[in-house]
Design a protein around this ligand. Structure first.
Ligand code: AHG
Ligand code: MN
Ligand code: MN
Length: 342
């Protein structure tokens, strides 16, 4: 007997419902989400057979940040760029895997997409969750040339952001500034189904996620906060760190937690990128009742000067990130060498 499942909503149905709520929506943004999902399906297919075919391993190339590039990074990058440009709604794409913006000449697309096509790539060949992160901005008037101000906007100006998590199941989580919803891919029908409606951070924080191997190089405020949550609290938090930002963020979003990638004395701006990683997750966090900070200020208000700019990042339950900011403030230190001097 087939039990009737109630209230199944596909991503497509959800998008149509959302558009009906906003009668002036042109449908262009929805088209971009669909294009991203199309590319993500292709990536998902390759991720699932990563151990079977000769797709893992180094290509020998170095990406814009001087790091090793794995084949799946390139595959994901190409699929995303292809889907976005063929979709015709996007005039420029900025990717972690490309030094500079890719501009589609003559495009009438009103949108700009920034992305980390494959996040957590060091986890590919050990069968651990990885993801794709995207962030969507609107450009100025179509009749004026694309400017630096169009390409490098503050995170507050994102019109949508999301991620696809290739985990024990594949999920899409995204926001268009009206809350956060999560969809799980049903592989048997190839559709994303609404599985997590209106995601909010749980009230309490119970997890901290940080690469504590770097502890001795953290600035004092970060160290003091970590000492506090480990030694001074009545019931200490659990430590969970996967090393794939998407996966760490996703777990903390559902269970309550703080993710940290602090600056260190060697790397005052940390490791993660403002445009590809911090901003999209900051928007999702805020839309889910959380908060993201560089230790001193709101991530979303930082005006990027460079596409590949890095930032220290603390994101998760709002009260927890505010507490961390207080520790940094009270330590008299900022999160970077530059901050130390002011
Ligand atoms: P990417 O694979 O896109 O280069 O990102 C890797 C990032 C991020 O996913 C993760 O949070 C972080 O690197 C882990 O860094 P450490 O190994 O230094 O902890
Ligand atoms: Mn990444
Ligand atoms: Mn990446």
């Amino acid at each position: 007997m087939i039990r009737k499942r109630k209230d199944i909503v596909t991503l497509e149905q959800f998008i149509i419902q959302q558009e009906q709520n906003f009668p002036y929506a042109t449908g262009q943004l929805s088209k971009i989400i669909r294009d991203i999902v199309l590319a993500a399906r292709m990536v998902n297919r390759e991720v699932n057979k990563a151990g079977l075919v000769d797709i893992i391993g180094l290509t020998g190339d170095i990406n814009a940040q001087g790091e090793d590039v794995q084949k799946l990074d390139i595959f994901a990058n190409e699929q995303m760029i292809d889907a976005l440009f063929k979709g015709n709604m996007v005039c420029a794409v900025g990717s972690e895997e490309n030094d500079d913006f890719l501009i589609k000449e003559g495009s009438r697309g009103r949108y700009i997409v920034l992305m980390d096509p494959l996040d957590g790539s060091s986890n590919i060949d050990v069968n651990v969750s990885i993801g794709t992160i995207f962030s969507i901005y609107r450009r100025g008037g179509l009749d004026e040339a694309l400017t630096k101000e169009d390409l490098l906007q503050a995170g507050t100006r994102q019109v949508a952001a999301g991620y696809i998590l290739y985990g024990s199941s594949t999920m899409l989580v995204y926001t268009t500034g009206n809350g956060v919803d999560g969809f799980t891919l049903d592989p048997s029908i190839g559709e994303f189904l609404l599985s997590h409606k209106d995601i909010r951070f749980p009230k309490s924080c119970s997890i901290y996620s940080v690469n504590e191997g770097n502890y001795r190089d953290f600035f004092d405020g970060t160290k003091e906060y970590l000492r506090y949550i480990k030694r001074d609290m009545e019931s200490p938090y659990s430590s969970r760190y996967i090393g794939s930002f998407v996966a760490d963020f996703h777990r903390n979003l559902l269970k309550g937690g703080i993710f940290m990638y602090p600056g260190t004395h060697q790397r005052p701006n940390g490791k993660l990128r403002l445009t590809f990683e911090a901003n999209p997750m900051a928007l999702i966090a805020e839309q889910a009742g959380g908060y993201a900070s560089d230790g001193r200020k709101r991530i979303l208000e930082i005006l990027p000067e460079d596409l590949h700019q890095r930032t220290p990042l603390f994101v998760g339950n709002k009260e927890e990130v505010l507490k961390l900011e207080e520790f940094i403030r009270n330590s008299g230190y900022g999160t970077s060498t530059e901050n130390l001097n002011d």
